[in-house]
Design a binder for this molecule. Sequence first.
Ligand code: FPP
Length: 236
Amino acid sequence: MNTIPNHVAIIMDGNGRWGKLRGLSRSEGHYAGSQTMEELIDASAEMGIKILTLYAFSTENWKRPKDEVNYLMNLPIKFFNQKLPEFMKRNIKILISGDIENLPKGTKKAVIKAMEETENNTGLIVNFALNYSSRSEIVQAISRVLQDAKDHKISIEQLDEETFANYLYTKDLPDPDMVIRTGGERRISNFLMWQSSNSELCFVDELFPDFKKEIFIKEIVKVFGDNEVSLNEWVV
Ligand code: FPP
């Protein structure tokens, strides 16, 4: 029998290179990545994973060329417009981890709508790390802890790991069991640094658009599965 991880997080790296390798633009690579992302959302729901966290845009990504940033900021608008009815039917809940306030107006509106509409869904949680930085998440948490201590809402003596975790974007979520990074680099890139302190780290060479369902499942089975036979339970 396989144990199914509760929470899998993915650093979706390699879209730009995937596009360039095919004589396409980096943005076309991101489009291909978004198709793979949809496939992995489906696979996660089928497998019974409870939470899938996807690193969609880091605060460092603002330094990219303007047209690429615009493309990446428009993707969630198109994506949620198209996919929300299906997510409602499939009981999928959307969360965002990151600085939503400083997103462009249209993107902010689309992600807030997606969170609000799916708020009461009880199936797979898809948590998008959008405009996300682990370091600033931690600094902001510290600053809010200090403010709450000043306002006598908590006492510094009471502060422990559990209380601190409640100040992070991921406050209602368990830590990831596994963090996968595609694209061949072996770095965490400012992603879930607090939350992944005990996670299995899994680095794969496939560029994200090529990281299809079968490879995803194989990586999960490598860490959590019993044997090759049980792999067949999932690869349909
Ligand atoms: C990193 O690859 C990937 C990103 C910065 C964006 C990932 C986004 C998606 C897969 C789609 C998101 C869609 C929605 C709806 C939120 P890279 O461009 O850094 O790749 P490279 O290392 O080849 O340059």
